[in-house]
Ligand binder design. Structure first.
Ligand SMILES: NC(=O)c1ccc[n+]([C@@H]2O[C@H](COP(=O)([O-])OP(=O)(O)OC[C@H]3O[C@@H](n4cnc5c(N)ncnc54)[C@H](O)[C@@H]3O)[C@@H](O)[C@H]2O)c1
Length: 407
């Protein structure tokens, strides 16, 4: 049994607190937030064990074995290292961190402490990724030499409201968060399915022209004026990965916000907003029904009270046919999942890896390979697209004393 401390009780934490709380291997769930009323409200709504006054108090407590970090996207790196160094297993919402140094510090802390670190990458469990991973395992693609991942989420579709809730009156400073520093939903869906990692990149950033103070360098905490960015990566085995991170785009992200294509020498998989097809040298098979998810929750559920209406579709999407739900705890039955069915798998993989002492699929070394390429891509874009090498922390060391889960 394990007890979990939720760090950050904002828009995304609610469904995860609920899932941790019903997981049969979780004893107690606590919450903390720098805005204490948010932690109190989460505890009340989800019937959790209690609050802590601060993150520091939580990681100092012997009552907490593991923390789950759901703070704003640019804050994770230092909190993760502090939690690991305090002896807590750590789950982190994406991204892993926002600099090469922060990522190196997490990898080092995991190696030295031997504790579980898992990045909660929803795209790893995206039905397209799960399907492609299976096709790769079966050899159906032949050699995959080219793949694309797009995170296509327009600012107008919920992000204005989300950043206002998140950032308070200075929200425009943070709403300009650079697209390539949030690369894991696109990179994770490609590298979660095909072998290899990125070794170099050239990226072009598109400067925003809306003129509303978001993506304005003079306002931006990140000195950023790119709202869209496209990057071409070289993979270690000689293949190519193209990644798009789009925040100003006429696309229905409430239908599909991450989409993928994989091309092999024998077969290929391509996705549009509502259609997914498998192709080989003979023809096309429409597999949309296998990939598309069924809703697991209603839009007016109280747990979505703080989630912008335009973002709720992501939180209500349930399983697809390709998900192996037989591996999940029976206590999850009927409990909402989200982001194309991924939430149940994320929570279960983290709990299992802590309790069974196994290495989660998106461990620190994998998370670095999902996150670092975007950080270097952003640097490339700032230099007009110059091709840059991407550092690599390698595979998870075999001597960690844990075995890998099969997701
Ligand atoms: N598909 C996905 O995987 C997905 C989707 C949505 C959000 N996310 C991630 O989830 C995370 C949370 O997103 P959100 O929309 O809930 O953000 P949010 O701003 O609504 O909530 C963050 C909360 O953390 C609190 N906080 C900040 N620093 C803290 C600290 N040091 N100690 C305690 N509390 C602290 C804030 O007060 C706030 O209430 C982000 O990192 C985001 O990237 C991932």
């Amino acid at each position: 049994m394990v007890s979990i401390g939720m760090v950050g009780a904002g828009q995304f934490a609610g469904q995860f607190a609920k899932l941790f709380n019903v997981h049969p291997d979780v004893e107690q769930v606590f919450a903390t937030d720098v805005l204490p009323e948010r932690a109190r409200e989460l505890v009340e709504r989800e019937h959790l064990a209690g609050t802590f006054d601060s993150f520091e108090a939580m990681i100092a407590s012997p009552d907490v074995d593991a923390v789950a970090i759901f703070t704003q996207r640019w804050t994770h790196g230092p909190l993760v290292v502090q939690a690991l160094r305090a002896g807590k297993h750590t789950y982190s919402a994406v991204p892993m961190a926002i600099s090469e140094e922060e990522i190196a510090a997490i990898v080092e802390a995991v190696r030295e402490t031997g504790l579980t670190y898992m990045m909660g990458e929803t795209s790893y469990y995206n039905p397209a990724t799960v399907f492609a991973r299976q096709q790769v395992a079966d050899g159906a693609f032949g050699r995959v030499f080219y793949a694309e991942g797009d995170y296509v989420h327009d600012m107008d579709l919920g992000f204005y409201a989300a950043y206002q809730y998140s950032g308070g009156e200075n929200w425009k400073q943070t709403a300009s968060y650079p697209p390539m520093l949030y690369p894991t939903h696109s990179v994770g869906g490609v590298l979660g399915a095909i072998p290899g990692h990125a070794v170099s990149v050239s990226c072009i950033g598109v400067k925003d022209d809306r003129g509303d103070g978001v993506f304005d360098k003079d306002v931006s905490q990140f000195d950023n004026d790119f709202s869209n960015a496209s990057a071409l990566f070289e993979l270690d085995h000689g293949g190519v990965m193209r990644i798009n991170e789009m925040r100003r785009v006429g696309y229905p992200s409430h239908i599909r916000e991450s989409r993928f294509r994989y091309f092999g020498t024998e077969g290929s998989f391509e996705q549009l907003a509502t259609i997914s097809v498998w192709q080989d040298k003979h023809g096309v098979t429409d597999i949309s029904n296998r990939i598309n998810t069924r809703p697991s929750l209603k839009h007016d559920d109280p747990s979505l009270a703080h989630v912008a209406p335009e973002l709720r579709d992501a939180f209500v999407s349930g399983y697809s046919e390709v998900h192996d739900v037989s591996r999940l705890p029976k206590e999850f039955a009927g409990v909402p999942t989200g982001h194309e069915g991924s939430h149940h798998f994320l929570v279960d993989d983290f709990v299992r890896s802590v309790v069974d002492r196994t290495l989660p699929p998106v461990n620190a070394w994998v998370a670095a390979r999902y996150t670092l390429p975007g950080i270097v891509a952003h640097r490339s874009a700032l230099q007009g697209g110059v091709r840059l090498e991407i550092p690599d922390h390698g595979d998870a060391p075999a001597d960690l004393g844990v075995s890998t889960l099969t997701a």
